[in-house]
Ligand binder design. Structure first.
Ligand code: AMP
Ligand code: MG
Length: 422
């Protein structure tokens, strides 16, 4: 049997934080994919283990030694409306692993059957979305974007009823933490300040140990979450990634991309692009993502207020000051990444000038239905080349001459780079 070196801590927080839940066995588990590279990083190996045994563990049919399966409680703002109790309706935390260098690997099955929090849901996942989450989250990891990872995908051999019957699947997800902004809201909404503090202490110890010795660790914790989230969303924007459902229950406290649902990498660039059919008003459209990030963080700050200062007015002032830093963190991370995508590294030009050059490109892309990923991919081929080589890039624009005009300014700027063309 697979050995997993669990060291579970969340379970110690007490039974108001979760409901212990066993996965519901499935009829015919088949292993579709096991992530050997990730397993290696986690100190696991499935080498020499019967593939049927691996499928049994990652479908929930067999519980590995040391696991303490539970469904986590959380609340959340869904499309702006507060729901006091959501929780893991189809996910079960098996346990936690402490890796080398302070890395944490929390291991969770998703699609493993109903829990206390399932409401009317079946607790299951269709295989299509399972494979989609596997691919997109692993792509994000390879793109150096903080994200939950995919350890395994299993077909259950059972159908799930959606608009029609679909094959079922279970994905095993790994995260630095499965605590969400909504987990803090769950306790704060009940006026349970002690549990909010307990949760914060748990998260600080595991995910933000660097703030533990601060004069007020909770203030620095808030700052650190704000900074990680700003940087994360800047990376999404640089990839044309649209999360789709940025509810507070889908925002990780560890600053990782989490809960891949109707997400997408945008094709033709439009700042207001939406992919999720349930997002009718475009609340989570591409260009709204940075602002929604701040909105969600403001909800987190509200939960932490009693810990920021004994005096409420002073606490609000502290929270506001920290939240105001979000914009700068975001802008800096966005500009640095976009400069890199355009081949600009010299800092001699003002931020404002480079930001305008990049914005001008995005505007031309939007007017001309240019593919987001392909445009930047093509640009990276062009750096150091004269305009005769622009063919592939020009073709991405409805009116190629609009690209030509922008490229003139871009090449003037590139010529001021002090580096070699490569
Ligand atoms: P989401 O916004 O999709 O991440 O999920 C919102 C809430 O619905 C969470 O509490 C989920 O656990 C729950 N949920 C989603 N799908 C199901 C399902 N098939 N069965 C039970 N609960 C579900
Ligand atoms: Mg969710």
């Amino acid at each position: 049997m697979l050995h997993i070196p669990f060291n579970n801590r969340y379970v110690d927080l007490g039974d108001t934080f979760y409901v212990k839940t066993q996965p519901t066995p499935v009829a015919g588990p088949t292993l579709i994919k096991f992530n050997d590279a990730l397993a290696h990083d986690m100190g696991l190996s499935a080498d020499g283990i019967d593939v049927g045994d691996v499928a049994a563990v990652f479908s929930g049919n067999a519980i590995p030694a040391g696991a303490e399966p539970l469904a986590m409680a959380y609340a959340g703002h869904q499309f702006g409306h507060f729901v006091p109790q959501l929780g893991d309706g189809r996910a079960i935390l098996l346990g936690e692993i402490n890796g080398a260098n302070g890395a944490n690997f929390d291991v969770q099955l998703k699609g493993s059957g109903p829990t206390f929090y399932s409401r009317n849901g079946d607790g299951r996942a269709a295989l299509g979305p399972v494979l989609r989450e596997y691919l997109v989250s692993e792509a994000m990891a390879k793109l150096n974007v903080p994200t939950t990872r995919a350890l395994a995908a299993v077909a259950t051999g059972e159908p799930v009823a959606r608009e029609r019957l679909l094959p079922g699947g279970v994905i095993t997800r790994v995260a630095a933490s499965f605590v969400r902004v909504g987990t803090f809201q769950f306790f704060a909404a009940q006026g349970d300040a002690e549990s909010v503090r307990k949760l914060a202490d748990y998260v600080i110890a595991r995910n933000y140990p660097e703030v533990a010795s601060a004069e007020n660790p909770y203030v620095d914790f808030l700052s650190a979450v704000i900074e990680r989230q700003a940087r994360l969303i800047a990376q999404w924007m640089q990839l044309g990634f649209i999360h789709g459902v940025m509810n507070t229950d889908n925002m990780s406290i560890a600053g990782e991309t989490i809960d891949y649902g109707p997400c997408a990498f945008m094709d033709a660039y439009a700042h207001n692009r939406v992919f999720s059919s349930i997002d009718r008003d475009g609340r989570y459209a591409y260009h709204n993502q940075p602002g929604i990030g701040l909105w969600n963080l403001t909800r987190l700050a509200e939960c932490l207020l009693p810990m920021l200062d004994d005096n409420t007015e002073a606490a609000v002032a502290v929270a506001q000051t920290r939240l105001e830093n979000y914009k700068d963190h975001y802008q800096q991370a966005w500009l640095a990444g976009m400069r890199a995508k355009c081949g600009l590294t010299a800092q001699e030009d003002s931020d404002q000038e480079d930001a305008s050059l990049i914005q001008a490109l995005l505007d031309v892309m939007a007017r001309n239905n240019a593919d987001f990923t392909l445009t930047f991919s093509c640009l990276s081929q062009l750096s150091g080349q004269s305009s005769e080589h622009d063919g592939d890039c020009r073709r991405l624009f409805d009116q190629p001459t609009e690209f030509d005009d922008w490229a003139v300014t871009w090449r003037q700027r590139l010529s001021r780079e002090m580096r070699g063309e490569e």
